[in-house]
Design a protein around this ligand. Structure first.
Ligand SMILES: C[S@@+](CC[C@H](N)C(=O)[O-])C[C@H]1O[C@@H](n2cnc3c(N)ncnc32)[C@H](O)[C@@H]1O
Length: 415
C-alpha cells in the first residue's frame, strides 16, 4: 500500500494544518483540488478514515490564490480531535495510506516516542503496489446492514443447503477451451447472495472468467487472475462480447500468479470472493475414464491439467498444494471487507482407491489462516451427469465423485 509518514507540527496541533506536501499530486485524484475559498468552488471530496474517530471525514484540498495546492486538508477540525484522542503531540508521526481511488486512512505511529532531529523522519515508504483503477462501492439504494440486494422472497429461495444448476449456451463446455468450468448461473447466485450492485468481486483462479461474466450480468465490478495467457485472452474477448452498451462497471482479467493479488487491491475492497481453484495434482494424469459407460471418448488418455508451470497449483501434491492455498488466501484476507464472503468450489477426488478429502484440507487450512467457515453448500450435479458406467461393483462401494461438489462459504471475521 502506498503510504507516507508525516511529522506533526505545532500548526497541526493548534490549527489542524496537517502538512501533506510530501505526498505529492499523484497520491490524490486530480479533481480533489478546489479553489482557495469555499465560495469559489470545492474540489471533489475524498474520504479519510481516521483512527479513533467514529465517522469518516469528507474533504477536498484547497489551492492558494496563485492556483498551487496549499497541501493541507480543507476540513481541519478533525485533526485536533485525532491528536487529542490518540494522545499525540507535535513531533509524533502520522501515517496516511491510500486504501482506494478516493479513500485514505489516517493513523499514527508514535511508538510512545517523539521523533527527534537526530532520528530523522522516514518520509516515504512506498511499496510496489500497482493498485487497480476499479470502483468497489455500492451503487444500489439498499440501506444499513443488508448483505445483498435480494428481496425477502428471493432470499427465501436461497436458504436450501443443496443447489442445482444447468449449463446453458453461454457456458464454456468445450474442454479444449477450458477443462473445468462452473455454470454462469452458479456464479450469479453466489454473487447476488453475497454482494450489492457496484461492489467488487474477486476470482483468484479465473480460468474462462465465468465469475467475471456473472459479475458483468449483475452490475458488479470484478477482477480475475489466471496464470495462463490463453485463458486470459479468451476471457477478455468473452467479457467484451457480453458487455452492454451502457456498462457502468468494470471486469478486469489479469495474467498473474494468485500469490501477487494483494499488490493490486486496496484493503477492505473486495465484497465477495468466488472461485474454483485447481484440485492439487489430481487432474495431472492421463484420464482413464473409468466411471464412464463409453470410455473411449475423446478425453481418454488426455491430461486435463491447465499447465505445467511450477506456480500452477494443479501441479502440486496435496500437502504442498494445501500450504500454497493457505498462503494465497492468508494474503487475500485483508483485501476482503470484514464479513465479506469467500466461497470456494471444490470436489473430493479418488486417487489409488483412496478418497482425497480436499474440502477437509481446505477448511482446516483456511481456518488456520484467519477465515471463519459459515456454510457448507452442496452443489448437486446429478442433473448434469450422464453416461455413468458401473464402478466398484460388486466389492467396493464408491459414490461417483462427479455427482456433487462442495461450496465452502467462509468469511473474514468481523473483528
Ligand atoms: C478450476 S479452474 C477455474 C475455472 C473457472 N471457474 C471457470 O469457470 O472457467 C482453475 C484455474 O486456476 C489457474 N491457476 C492455477 N494456478 C494458478 C496460480 N498460481 N495463479 C493464478 N491462477 C492459477 C489455472 O490456470 C486454471 O485456469
Amino acid at each position: 500500500m502506498e503510504s507516507y509518514a508525516i511529522q506533526l507540527t505545532p500548526a497541526a496541533e493548534k490549527y489542524g494544518n496537517l502538512n501533506i506536501s510530501q505526498c505529492g499530486k499523484d497520491f490524490f485524484p486530480s479533481d480533489v483540488f478546489g479553489s482557495s475559498s469555499k465560495k469559489s468552488g470545492l474540489g471533489v471530496p475524498i474520504t479519510l478514515e481516521v483512527e479513533g474517530l467514529p465517522n469518516p471525514v469528507l474533504t477536498d484540498i484547497p489551492k492558494d490564490i496563485t492556483g498551487k495546492p496549499r497541501w493541507i486538508f480543507r476540513e481541519r477540525n478533525w485533526v485536533k480531535q485525532f491528536i487529542r484522542l490518540n494522545n499525540l503531540v507535535s513531533g509524533h508521526t502520522v501515517t496516511i495510506s491510500r486504501l482506494g481511488k478516493r479513500k485514505y486512512k489516517i493513523g499514527y505511529n508514535n511508538n510512545g516516542s517523539k521523533i527527534t532531529e537526530k532520528e530523522p523522519v522516514k518520509t516515504k515508504h512506498k511499496t510496489t503496489k500497482k493498485l487497480l483503477d476499479i470502483d468497489y462501492n455500492r451503487t444500489c439504494d439498499c440501506q444499513g446492514n443488508k448483505i445483498n440486494c435480494l428481496t425477502a422472497k428471493e432470499w427465501l429461495k436461497c436458504q436450501l443447503g443443496v443447489w442445482q444448476f444447468s449449463y446453458t449456451k453461454r457456458d464454456v463446455r468445450d474442454k479444449k477451451i477450458h477443462p473445468a468450468t462452473f455454470p454462469v448461473s452458479l456464479a450469479i447466485k453466489v454473487i447476488e447472495l453475497f454482494s450489492h450492485k457496484g461492489e467488487l468481486i474477486l476470482d483468484p483462479f479465473a480460468g474462462s472468467s465465468t465469475t467475471l461474466l456473472a459479475a458483468q450480468d449483475t452490475g458488479r465490478n470484478a477482477v480475475g487472475f489466471d496464470l495462463k495467457k490463453e485463458y486470459v485472452s479468451f476471457s477478455t474477448n468473452r467479457l467484451k462480447k457480453n458487455e452492454g452498451l451502457f456498462a457502468d462497471t468494470k471486469q478486469i482479467v489479469i495474467q498473474d500468479d494468485a500469490r501477487k493479488i494483494a499488490d493490486y487491491l486496496p484493503e477492505s475492497s473486495v465484497k465477495c470472493l468466488f472461485t474454483s481453484p485447481p484440485y492439487a495434482n489430481l487432474l495431472n494424469r492421463k484420464r482413464k475414464n473409468k466411471s464412464r459407460r463409453d470410455r473411449k471418448n475423446e478425453q481418454l488418455g488426455k491430461v486435463e491439467q491447465y499447465s505445467q508451470d511450477p506456480r500452477d497449483l494443479g501441479t502440486m501434491a496435496l500437502e504442498e498444494y494445501t500450504k500454497a492455498m493457505g498462503d494465497i488466501f492468508e494474503n487475500l484476507l485483508p483485501a476482503l471487507v470484514p464479513k465479506g464472503h469467500c466461497v470456494i468450489n471444490i470436489p473430493d477426488m479418488w486417487w489409488e482407491n483412496q478418497r482425497i478429502t480436499l474440502h477437509v484440507s481446505l477448511i482446516q487450512e483456511l481456518r488456520k489462516r484467519g477465515y471463519e467457515l459459515r456454510n457448507v453448500i452442496i452443489w448437486d450435479r446429478t442433473n448434469l451427469v450422464n453416461g455413468i458406467g458401473i464402478f466398484g461393483w460388486p466389492s467396493n462401494y464408491i459414490t461417483m465423485g462427479v455427482t456433487f461438489e462442495y461450496l465452502l462459504d467462509f468469511w473474514r471475521p468481523p473483528s
